[in-house]
Each structure stands twice: as C-alpha cells, then as structure tokens.
Design a protein around this ligand. Structure first.
Ligand code: 5RP
Length: 671
C-alpha cells in the first residue's frame, strides 16, 4: 500500500482524498477508502464527488488572484486582468479557503483530462496546452508559477500538481488492462496527450505558423493567433508559450455572442424566415446599413473591453430600415468586433497575416466575405469542418508514429478548400461604419452600468456613519433606515492616506448582518487593492477608492466589479476630474464621490469650488451616480450639490447631529 494523505470521517472511517479535479466549469473531488498503487495505476474506486459552480464563489478568488500583481499575470490582459474563475489558480485558492481539509489532504490537484489519462494509463501528467493556457505555466520562466503561488499562499500546489508536463501528441502511455476491458479496446493501445478544444482546433485548421490566426466560430468567436515572440497587452489574453508547438506562442481574443446573436434574430422572426431569405435581404443592403449600427455584446464582451455588464444595441434606426438592414447590421457588428480584436492584438505587437476559419459562420458566403472585407485579410477554409476532431486525429496519428511530428502530419491531413480574398475597395468602405462601431461601447457603457442602478435618477441619502455613535452601530443603522436613508456611507480611514484611523472590513461585516441598507464603503486608504476581497466577503455593496492611492486603478476597478461590488472613485477637493476620467470613459465606474471636505473627519466646512467638478462630470456622464461628500446640510449646500448634478448626498454631522434625522433626510431629498 502506498500511504496517501488521509483524514477521518465523522464515523471514524479513514477517508483518503486521492485527487481534486478541475474540470472546465467545476471542481470535483474523488475519494477512496482503499488506495493502492499497482502496475495498472491506482486501485480503489471513487466513492464520492462534489461540484462547485464557478458563479457561486470562485469569482471572488479570481479577483484576488488578479489583484496580487505577480508577473505571471501578464497573460491576463498584460496584467490588467481579469483572471477567469474557470482557471486553475482561482479554483485551487477557492478550495484552500473553503475546503481546507480537502485541499490539505489532496494528493493531486489536476484537470479532468489529466484525471482521465491517469485512469486510462496509470500515469499522472499534465498537458503543456492546459498548463500554459490556464495554469500560468511558462517553460521559459521556470515552469509552474512559483512566485504567484507564493503570493497567494498556495506554494503546496507545486507538490500537488502533476510533476510531468507533456507536449501535444506525446504518448501518455498504453491503455491499462482495466481501461481496455472497460472500453473494449486492446490493452497497451497508445493514449496521446491532448489539450483544450479550441487550441486543438488550431491544429485541425493547420494554424501553426507565426502570423496565422484561427477563427473558431459558433455561438461565440474565438481568435487564436500564432506568434514567434512572446507578447502581452491590454485587451487580449496570452501569449501562452509552447502551448501549441515548442518555441511558438499563442495570443487569444474572444467575442461572447456572435452566432448566438444571429440565431436569436432569426428566431424572433419565426420559422418561415430562413437564413437564405435573410442573407438575400442583407445582401441587398449597402455596407454600413445606411446609418444603422449594432453592438454585438448581447452577453457582455470578452475582449478587448472584458466587461460582463456590456450589452447589445441597435443605434441609428429610422423608418426606412428593414429586417434585412438589421440582419446585416448584426453581421457587420460581429465582424467589426473581430476587427477590433485584431487591432488590439496589433497594438500589442501581433500582426496577423491570414485567418483560417471554422464553424457556423462559414455557412454564409455573405458573412465570410464581410469578415474578409472588414478585417482586410484573406480567409482560408479547410476541407474538414470539424477542426477540433481533426486536430485530435492528427495528435493521435503523431502519437501512433504515422508522422514524425505535428507539422508533418498537418501537411498531409489538413487541406485548404477555399480562400475568400478581401475586396480592398470594400475594406475602405467599411472604415467609417467600423469607427461608428468602435464608438458605441464607450458611449453606451455608462448606460449599461447605470441600468443596474435604477435609483440613479432620484436623490439618495447616504448618512456618513463617521458622525454616528460607534458604540451602537446597529442602532445607528436602524435609525438611519427609519429616517428614510437608502445608503449607509462607511469611511474606512487608515491613518496614512488621511489623518484619521477608523474601522475596517470586520466592522462592515457585523454591520452587514444588522442592516439592509446599501453599504457604501469609502476606502480613504493606501493600497486599496489589498482590501477588495475582505470587503467583498464582508458584504460591502460598493467599494470606493482614491485613484492616487491605487497601484493600477483600472485593474482595481475590474477587481472590485469582478468581486461583485459596485465601483466608486473618490476625488479629494484638490483632485482634478482627470484622475477619474480614463476609468469613467471605459465604463468601469458606477459612482464618483466628489469630496467637498478633506477626507478623514466630519464637521468641516463645505468647499464650494468642487461643484464645478460635479457639473463637468454630470455633463459628460448623464447616467452615473455622483455623490457630494462632506459639509452637506439642508439649509444651503444640499441644493448647491443637487443643482450641480449630484444625485447622492453624503451627510454625517447634519443628520446624526439632529434630534430629528427623519426631518433632515427628507429636507435633504427635497432641497
Ligand atoms: O468623507 C468623510 C470623511 O472622510 C465623511 O463622509 C464626511 O466628512 C462627512 O461630513 P459631514 O460630517 O460634514 O457631513
């Protein structure tokens, strides 16, 4: 018997956690009461399994990983994040936090694919593709990301992750007797190393050379380009070293809803309206759809904006537009989204020369041509439409010894069937509608974010608890709710960013359990990025930070939003609006706190010059929340703030200092 990490069940039986398996969207564990290493692998079957939905909690850990600032995160939008909750490190962190005993006892933590290979062959090893794409592995930087794991307290993973990492097509081993019996296949049959479907699809499309890009289309679009050099940049994922062939790198972009938007529109029109009818109508519409523009973000945007809250749009409708116009506008929007991804890759240094396309979009000649024209690149189609299956067959053929390597196999097994050349004249014609498309997201993004906040239109009152009785916070919160306030403003001061030292996440957590008021937490602290997870876990509704105190404001805003909170940005009386504008223009901010007093203490005089900033911001961003914070009273300053454009008033002294807070809250609302 090989002794494995074990622990006892409640009934005293020994439970051995053999491994934790990270599958695409889930985590599972397998356990066994008896485990024995034999020539065939591990004996003793799984006795239980659990799963954890990504959406339940791993997003919090994903944001924490993104915020730790390690260099390995360069593959996540050049370090700007986010990190997907589906990736290995956030899931491992979730496990350590939420199931510490299982984490400690697990002998292996691996992908479902490694688990299957292990059962097929008895060999525990990882795929170079999975580890470099989803585990922050880089052979040229020493393999597994030791410093990232260290920062997150996950150093033990280095002993739990498979020791061996195999290239694509390598022989994992031969089928064990048990596996062969189970599958009805010969014992010893070679098992080849594979990887993630879309990347194997690159092989099936013959996309191996630097400058070539695979476009895998279906309900979404995935853009995977081969590069000779490593390159990282904002708005794209990767590059991932060696994930395809040794010595090359892959850059990644993606659109979340593409084919799904097209089929949604067709579905809306009823069964009798076929794609042939719609294609014919759309072909009769001139490029640019006579001023009708669409945004394809029906389920958010993956790259380059990486904004789950973004939404689809049709802009510029007139009475002359027909259903053919709308169909064409949707087709063009998807193609413009692809062009924007390619442009983003270009600004990071990746210059695609040719696109090889697979999937549903290839069935429409119109859509293919618009892709080619808008991107200004030739599109190649290959004979076998199911690129992922062909890629797997190629890896199997290499493993079986039919070909010397993947490149040689691709030369024999992948055949170009058609090349769609771009029409240079049309590429020029599309320049103006492409520009209109690019302007849609920045213009509409504040609306998408504000639409999550229906109260933005009327005045909200946020009493500042700093002026309350700290020995009775529950009572104070209840008093404010009864007075008619909607929010509770909580000032977190660290004694460094501002002179006062107040409270932190543990107190907010206690408050959360006592009040249903919206908890508006204002971090007047240095290093706000280090606080995101604590406040998310404490139950804060909004987390506001000062950009001057943040290491990377954009990454921080993304981390706050990813952790499930609204994003606030605070301007001290002396801070210009330019401190917040880049974030606002990218749609990363829900609320701007325009401070009318220096941060730290209540009871200071209202600085009227800040009203100019409120006016400027309200002009630029009609739908965001604008708070005025400090020195706000019903006699005069509340009206000044509202007239300038504020829709949330933060007031401490005037509310808590009154014997009748209800009257003050009502007067502030009506000012
Ligand atoms: O931001 C603050 C301190 O940093 C407070 O919210 C603000 O000072 C409250 O002011 P007042 O008590 O005058 O209403």
């Amino acid at each position: 018997m090989v002794p494995l990490a074990s622990r006892s069940n409640e009934d005293g039986r020994r439970m051995v956690v053999r491994m934790v398996v990270v599958d695409g969207m889930w985590l599972s564990r397998t356990t066994g009461d008896a485990t024995e290493r034999t020539d065939e692998g591990w004996r003793g079957e799984s006795s239980s399994a659990w799963t954890v939905g990504v959406s339940v909690g791993i997003t919090v850990q994903a944001a924490e990983v993104a915020a730790c600032g390690d260099d390995a995160l360069r593959v996540n939008s050049g370090g700007a994040g986010p990190v997907s909750a589906e990736w290995m490190v956030p899931k491992s962190l979730w496990l350590k936090r939420n199931e510490p005993e299982v984490y400690a006892a697990a002998h292996f933590i691996c992908e479902y694919q490694d688990y299957m290979n292990f059962h097929l062959t008895g060999r525990m090893c990882a795929s170079i593709n999975n580890v470099s794409v989803r585990w922050h592995y880089s052979a040229e930087r020493g393999g597994y990301p030791a410093s990232l794991l260290d920062k997150l307290g996950l150093g033990a993973l280095l002993h739990k992750w498979p020791k061996e990492v195999l290239p694509l097509g390598a022989r994992v081993g031969g089928l064990t007797e048990a596996a062969a019996r189970h599958l009805g296949l010969p014992t010893g049959l070679p098992v080849a190393q594979g990887g993630a479907d879309a990347f194997i699809g690159m092989i099936g499309l013959g996309v191996l050379q630097p400058g070539e890009l695979a476009l895998l289309t279906g309900s979404s679009h995935l853009h995977l380009g081969v590069s000779r050099e490593a390159m990282h940049g904002k708005g794209m994922f990767g590059s991932y070293a060696d994930c395809l062939l040794p010595g090359t790198h892959v850059v990644e972009g993606g659109q979340t809803s593409t084919g799904s938007v097209i089929s949604w529109y067709k579905r809306m029109l009823g069964e009798e309206v076929t794609y042939d009818i719609l294609n014919a109508e759309a072909e009769a519409v001139p490029p640019g759809c006579e001023g009708l523009a669409a945004l394809d973000h029906f389920q958010g945007n993956r790259t380059p904006h990486t904004d789950a809250a973004s939404r689809g749009a049709l802009v510029g409708l007139t009475l002359k537009h027909t259903r053919g116009h709308i169909f064409r506008a949707l087709i063009e929007a998807v193609c413009f989204g692809t062009a924007l991804i390619l442009d983003t890759m270009r600004s990071a240094g990746y210059n695609p020369k040719a696109i090889v396309i697979a999937g549903g979009a290839t069935r429409s000649p119109l859509w293919l041509q618009v892709h080619a024209d808008v991107c200004g690149l030739p599109l190649r189609r290959t004979r076998v439409a199911d690129a992922c299956s062909l890629g797997s067959a190629i890896l199997a053929a290499v493993c079986a010894g039919s070909f010397a390597d993947v490149s040689t196999a691709v030369q024999s097994m992948v055949h170009v069937s058609e090349v769609v050349e771009p029409n240079p004249r049309m590429t020029v014609t599309y320049a103006a509608p492409y520009l209109a498309y690019k302007n849609l997201y920045p213009a509409l993004s504040p609306l998408f974010h504000a639409s999550n906040n229906p109260a933005a239109a009327s005045t909200l009152i946020a009493p500042s608890i700093l002026a309350g009785d700290f020995s009775n916070l529950e009572g104070e919160a209840t008093r404010m709710a009864e007075a008619g306030a909607e929010w509770l403003h909580v000032d977190i001061c660290d004694g460094q960013f501002c002179g006062n030292l107040t409270i932190g996440a543990p107190v907010v957590k206690s408050l959360r359990s006592k009040t249903r008021l919206f908890l508006d937490c204002h971090l007047a602290v240095m290093h706000p990025e280090s606080q995101v997870q604590q406040f998310a876990q404490a139950g804060a509704d909004q987390l506001t930070f000062h950009p001057e105190a943040a290491k990377d404001s954009e990454a921080l805003a993304v981390a706050i939003r990813t952790a499930g909170m609204k994003v606030g940005v605070a301007l001290q009386p002396g801070s210009p609006t330019s401190v917040a504008l880049p974030l606002l223009q990218k749609g990363l901010v829900d609320t701007v706190n325009v401070m009318a007093v220096e941060p730290g203490f209540g009871g200071q005089p209202f600085q009227e010059h800040v009203l100019e900033k409120v006016r400027e911001l309200r002009d630029l961003f009609p739908s965001i929340n604008i708070q005025v914070d400090g020195g706000v009273n019903p006699n005069r300053t509340a009206k000044l703030a509202k007239d300038a454009g504020a829709n949330i008033l933060i007031a401490g002294t005037s509310i808590f200092g009154s014997e009748d807070p209800k009257r003050v809250v009502s007067a502030l609302k009506q000012a």
